[in-house]
Write a protein that binds this ligand. Structure first.
Ligand SMILES: [Zn+2]
Length: 258
């Protein structure tokens, strides 16, 4: 089964991405892609939950993206409640690259710390752009282990530390176009590899257009090429990795896989 551990299905409903979800869900159903739809804030969480009711392949997650953290610093109790209800958490983390306004960094850290303290037994999808070192330090402080590092593109020294901590890495379609991402794939052991698209917006930066669910196939192909194993083996490995990561909760979180 193909697995997209990190995308944003709610974003397809934005004007920029065409405002239609039906053909997207149709593709997910036809190709049987297990799709973990990440949230950026409360509104996108509501929309993702609504979309997930339409397909057994879609799993919504709750998260506050670092870009939105400053809007939520006074809503701690509500966030705690929603974290406790969610089976998977994302997208959370730190961003010191796209987020240029440094006055908002303390809010990012505060919200990220809150999430980490409440999710030690949950799968979390973590954004690290430009803040890889700070993220690994906080993950160590809180002891989270069910960690999926989303679209890692940082330096190899931090990568090696994250690998040692046992974190998982969800690889993006950019692997086809980037030697640095290929190098990352080379270094991450097969049993810590996952696959994602970051659709629909992620692929715009290197493909010039929104991504569709089938893009996940490119990721599997490229990982297979870099690792020198078959497509089927990568597909199976990613499936096992996700089930291992979910542990005792696998069948309640991913009824479509197990
Ligand atoms: Zn994302």
């Amino acid at each position: 089964m193909l697995i997209d551990t990190h995308c944003h299905l709610d974003r397809y409903l934005h004007k920029r991405f065409g405002k239609v979800i039906h053909p997207i869900l149709q593709q997910i159903e036809e190709q049987q892609i297990l799709t973990i739809s990440n949230s950026l804030d409360l509104t996108s969480y509501d929309t993702n939950c609504r979309i997930a009711r339409k397909s057994r392949y879609v799993i919504p997650t709750f998260g506050i993206h670092p870009w939105n953290a400053h809007k939520y610093i006074n809503r701690i109790e509500l966030i705690k409640k929603l974290i406790n209800k969610a089976k998977i958490v994302g997208e959370i983390g730190l961003d010191h690259y796209y987020a240029q306004d440094r006055t908002r960094y303390p809010a990012q850290t505060k919200i990220f710390r809150l999430f980490l303290s409440e999710t030690r037994d949950k799968i979390i999808s973590v954004h690290t752009k430009g803040a890889e070192r700070a993220v690994v330090n906080l993950l160590r402080t809180y002891g989270n282990k069910k960690v999926v590092i989303h679209w890692f593109s940082g330096d190899l020294e931090v990568l090696d530390e994250m690998i040692k901590e046992g974190y998982y890495f969800s690889i993006v379609p950019e692997v086809r176009f980037s030697d640095h991402i290929k190098e990352i794939v080379k270094r991450v052991p097969l049993n810590q590899i996952l696959t994602e698209t970051d659709n629909p917006g992620g692929p715009v930066s290197y493909m010039g257009e929104k991504g569709l669910p089938v893009l996940i196939q490119i990721v599997v192909e490229e990982i297979a090429r870099v690792k020198g194993v078959s497509l089927k083996q990568i597909e199976k490995t990613v499936e096992y990795n996700l089930i291992r990561l979910a542990g005792q909760f696998a069948d309640s979180i991913f009824p479509a896989v197990v």
